[in-house]
Design a protein around this ligand. Structure first.
Ligand code: IFM
Length: 442
């Protein structure tokens, strides 16, 4: 089966891509990379399924040429990847020349194959040495991050097509410092408030620095999750609104409107760093494009206890292997809402969308029809948004390869290409072939 949607159903300049991230695929034990807070998080019992880590991952560090061939042969226009701060600067500050050489080779490899390099500067592998100094709780991280960004871009900035500062502000802050599900695994409301503010400040500081350095096409990538009240009660509606404020408006608000949502200030205001208001000029430094990562919706109800006083309720819709409900309407709604309320005419890209499945190899093949249906349903939402006038300019599938799904280890497979984690052999799935055929220009 192929995709219902074809390249020809979109404007000539609409871009299709695949996304990955450094720690999830590269193999962090190679090439002089320094330890990251994910290594220590994974080495702490109970944090990650089977205590798995990114030491080898997909060994993309050595197999990048084969992987870029897969991107090109899949007829994708863009490869969205990230650089590892700890590979470029193992202790967060001192340069590892091997790391810079690696990203240099990778970029040239993309250009040789006619692929546009879409770089993300931070997709979560904070150098452990900076974590020791408080990581995202320390205001200094804004200038550390800008230094790293400038150093890397001095080497490869002339050849990247687009640059995103941060991938998924909510995950860097709330998921990692309040819910404790990601490194550094904190469950502390004050740490979370500080991380929210400092990740925004780091984004703005790096954006200003890179613009001054002459780097163009700068953006940021937000993971947005559609919250709905679990029932008709006023309490559930208020809880769903609080969830939306923490997940979505906490980041879109400051970047585009210089303001945190009111309900977030009521809950977290006491924990934000003193003088946070003075940072809004930096945080709202204009971006050139906006990336939206979208996967699911959540049903939310009121819960007892302190802010945010909410809980997630199991929903009735079909779910992916992550247990996430499949709700493509949420993507259409967010594309419209972001353009109308925040970004106006700026180009929007769906920078991640995809689903996990067990994906067993059967007779040497993976027939992932469920994933093809997922992509089709979400591409319909993208087309509806475009038809309504939203400037969506690209759609990137998550992910090129099965990879390290963070706290879930290697069991949750999101790839268009299957990876055997014993011998690292790559096998394109039916979904890869479906994209290849739908995107063909022949
Ligand atoms: O694997 C992650 C990725 O690192 C960030 N966005 C969501 C994906 C699936 O959970």
């Amino acid at each position: 089966m192929t995709l219902e949607h074809k390249r020809t159903d979109f404007a000539e300049d609409f871009l299709f891509g695949v996304s990955t991230s450094a720690y999830q695929i590269e193999g962090h034990s190679f090439g002089g990379a320094g330890p990251t807070h994910w290594d220590t998080f994974a080495a702490t019992p109970g944090n990650v399924v089977n205590a798995e880590n990114g030491d080898v991952a997909c060994d993309h560090y050595h197999r990048w040429a084969e992987d870029l061939d897969l991107v090109a042969k899949g007829n994708f226009d863009v490869y969205r990847f990230s650089a590892s701060w700890a590979r470029v600067m193992p202790d967060g500050r001192k340069v590892n020349p091997e790391g810079l050489d690696y990203y240099d080779r990778l970029i040239d490899g993309m250009l040789e194959r006619g692929i546009k390099p879409a770089l993300t500067l931070y997709h979560w592998e904070l150098p452990a040495a900076l974590s020791d100094l408080g990581g995202w709780r320390n205001r200094e991280i804004a200038s550390w991050f800008a230094d790293y960004a400038e150093t890397l871009m001095a080497r490869i900035g002339d050849r990247v097509w687009s640059t995103a500062t941060i991938n998924e502000f909510w995950c860097v802050s709330w998921l990692s410092h309040f819910l404790g599900h990601h490194a550094p695994g904190l469950r502390d409301v004050r740490a979370a408030a500080r991380a929210i503010h400092h990740v925004l400040l780091a984004h703005g500081t790096a954006t200003q620095a890179l613009r001054a350095q002459g780097v163009g096409n700068l953006g940021a990538v937000f993971n947005l999750e559609y919250s709905q009240p679990a029932d008709d009660s006023a309490e559930a509606q208020a809880a769903a609104a609080r969830y939306d404020a923490i997940y979505n408006e906490a980041f879109l608000g400051p970047v585009f409107k210089r303001a945190y949502p009111e309900s977030l200030l009521e809950g977290l205001g006491n924990h934000l760093p003193n003088g946070w208001q003075n940072d809004m000029d930096v945080i709202s430094e204009p971006v050139d494009w906006v990336g939206i990562n979208y996967y699911t919706r959540k049903l939310i109800a009121q819960a007892p206890g302190p802010y945010p006083s909410l809980t997630e309720i199991d929903g009735p819709l079909p779910k992916t292997y992550m247990g996430w409900e499949i709700y493509p309407q949420g993507l259409e709604s967010f594309l419209k809402r972001v353009a109308e309320n925040f970004s106006g005419d700026l180009p929007l890209y769906v920078t991640e969308n995809g689903m996990a499945a067990p994906d067993p190899l059967v007779d040497g093949a993976i027939d992932d029809q469920d994933r093809i249906a997922y992509f089709d349903a979400h591409l319909s939402s993208v087309r509806n948004a475009i038809a309504a006038g939203v400037p969506v300019k690209g759609y990137f599938a998550w992910s090129l390869l099965d990879n390290y799904e963070w706290a879930f280890g290697y069991d949750k497979r999101f790839g268009l290409v299957h990876v055997d984690f014993d011998n690292l052999e790559r096998t394109p799935k039916a979904s890869y072939h479906a994209f290849r055929d739908s995107l063909s220009r022949a």
